[in-house]
Design a protein around this ligand. Structure first.
Ligand code: C5P
Length: 209
C-alpha cells in the first residue's frame, strides 16, 4: 500500500505521515529532507540556491548529510524551498522518491507533490493543511520551546513566503490531488488529526476508489 501525504509547511503532515507508517507497519520517507539536503549542500559549497546549476550540483550530496541536525533549521527550510523551484533539481530527486514509493510492501511519503507527481497511483492520498495563522502559531511555540528567539509575526511572514513559493512555482506546485482527502486540522489537536487520517486510509483500503 502506498500512502501519499502532502501539504504546506507546518501543517503537521510529517507527524501524520510517521503515525500512519507506524500504524500500518510501512517505511516512511520525509521528502522535504531531500530538498533540505540540496539547499544546505548548496550553501556549504558557497553556491546560490536561486541558480539552477549551483543547486543541481548540490543534488550529489552525501547520504550522511541526511542525518545532519542543521537540515531541521528554519533557515534550511527556506533554502529548500528556493532550490526546489528548479526543474533540474526536482528531476534529479525524482527517481529516488519513486523507487521508495514502489518498494515491495509499499510506503508512506510526505511532501508537496507525492499524490500528484511522485505516486499518482497511491492507494490513499491526504492533503493536510491548517490556516497560515494556526501553522505559524504552532511553529512559533515549537521554536520558542527550543529556545529560538523569534517573533510570531516573523514566523507568519515566513509561512506566507514558503506557501507562495511552493504553490506558485511552475514545476510540481503544491496542489491537492483531485482524489486526496482534505484534512484541515486548524481546529483539531494532533491526536484527532492522526485518528482522522488512519480512519480515512482504512476506509480507502476497504473500498478503493
Ligand atoms: O516539508 P519541508 O518543510 O521539510 O520541505 C522543505 C521545502 O522543500 C518545501 O518548502 C518545498 O519547497 C520543498 N519540497 C518540495 N517537494 C517535496 C518536499 C519538499 O518542493 N516533495
Amino acid at each position: 500500500m502506498i500512502i501519499a501525504v502532502d501539504g504546506p509547511t507546518a501543517s503537521g503532515k510529517g507527524t501524520i505521515a510517521r503515525a500512519l507508517a507506524a500504524h500500518f507497519g510501512l517505511p516512511v520517507l520525509d521528502t522535504g529532507l531531500l530538498y533540505r539536503a540540496v539547499g544546505y549542500q548548496t550553501q556549504l559549497g558557497h553556491g546560490d540556491p536561486d541558480n539552477a546549476a549551483d543547486a543541481l550540483a548540490a543534488c550529489d550530496f552525501p547520504d550522511t548529510l541526511l542525518d545532519d541536525p542543521a537540515l531541521r533549521y528554519e533557515s534550511t527550510g527556506g533554502l529548500a524551498s528556493r532550490v526546489s523551484i528548479h526543474p533540474a533539481v526536482r528531476k534529479a530527486l525524482f527517481q529516488r522518491q519513486v523507487d521508495f514509493a514502489n518498494q515491495p510492501g509499499g510506503a508512506v511519503l510526505d511532501g508537496r507533490d507525492i499524490g500528484t507527481v511522485i505516486a499518482p497511483h497511491a492507494d490513499a492520498k491526504l492533503f493536510v493543511t491548517a490556516s497560515p495563522e494556526e501553522r505559524a502559531r504552532r511553529r512559533h511555540a515549537e521554536m520558542r520551546a527550543r529556545g529560538v528567539d523569534v517573533t510570531y509575526d516573523a514566523v507568519l511572514a515566513d509561512v506566507h513566503a514558503r506557501d507562495a513559493r511552493d504553490t506558485g512555482r511552475a514545476d510540481a506546485p503544491l496542489l491537492r490531488a483531485d482524489d486526496a482527502l482534505l484534512l484541515d486540522n486548524s481546529e483539531m489537536d494532533i491526536n484527532e488529526a492522526i485518528a482522522a487520517a488512519i480512519a480515512f486510509v482504512e476506509e480507502r483500503v476497504r473500498r478503493p476508489s
